[in-house]
Design a protein around this ligand. Sequence first.
Ligand code: GLU
Length: 378
Amino acid sequence: MMKRLVVKIGSSVLTLENGTPDPVRFKSLARDIAQVIEKGYAVVIVSSGAIAFGSSLAGKSLAPVSIPNKQVLSSIGQPLLINAYLTNLRPYNKLVAQVLLTHEDFIDRQRYLNARRSMELMLEKGFIPVVNENDAIAVEEIKVGDNDTLSAMVAAMINADRLIILSNIDAIFDRDPHTYSDAKPIDEIKHIEQYRIFGEGKSRYGVGGIKTKISAARQLARIGISTTIANGRIENIVTKLADQFTREGGERLGTTVVANQKKISGAKKWVSLLLKSSGSITVDEGALSAVLKQKSLLAAGVVTVSGTFKQGDVISIADVRGREIGRGITNYSVTEIGKIKGKKSSQINGSLGYSKGDEVIHRDNLILTINNQDVPFR
Ligand code: GLU
């Protein structure tokens, strides 16, 4: 299959000082992306800029301060954003396809699969999905929040070979370059789980910063996808990076966070990429040690249940002190678990009038989130 790249482009790359779209940058990025597609890559763009562009047009009457204001500004800026990609990629006979997502599109398995299917078709047809958060409707509860995290979630969703995060920094440094003039850029981070994050490194318009970039790369490394963080203002950066991936040695650009394990697939990956869960259950000591040994969770070990969830949703598993130990796809709804908690498997039928099996969460659908094992995003 064609190699897949997710290219996340930050507001700092795309905007001029006054917040308007940078026409020169869009033009060169479009050429760069068209070039890399000619080399045989499939590309998904995750682009920020909607709020910045919206503010440049309507910021005088609506300051980008509160969530409602940002929602409106993003609605004004998003068409500008998509238009910039559209008009700049048309000369290369490339069509862009807008995809706006929120965390809800990931948390609901059906919606997740629908979004994935739609993006698969776009890629199959050679269209370029341009993804952003659906800021216009994204209130705090349903938000991913920043596009570094969103791009990692998209990379996981479409099973990308690599995530490229383009921003206004050249690389990750071994020390805070603002404080230490001798700080050196790091080519490669092999054990990101041991990496300590320093500084905020936020740009003027960006939501994330270094923290969210490292965190996105770390989560992807855990599921087998490498991330390269590089400066989006370098000419032909995507093509240069793509060449760097296939060639040994040569000029090194950016910092690559190397995936530290084989790809995990299917349901477990889905569970691992979610920021939020739909509910939670607490479990007793016995169930806790079973889960820690990667065994399925049975009704007998469930002590309490809370939230609003149905069969198939992702819920978190906590110990009696409330510490999250794992997450998984539940086979029973919150109401059903309320009736069968603490009961033996043989009693499920009696309590519900039916049984969907012994496991509340099957081990194939369960990941551990303590001790840094398969930790979900953030
Ligand atoms: N979705 C936001 C926008 O388009 C950007 C979020 C971010 O910068 O991470 O303005």
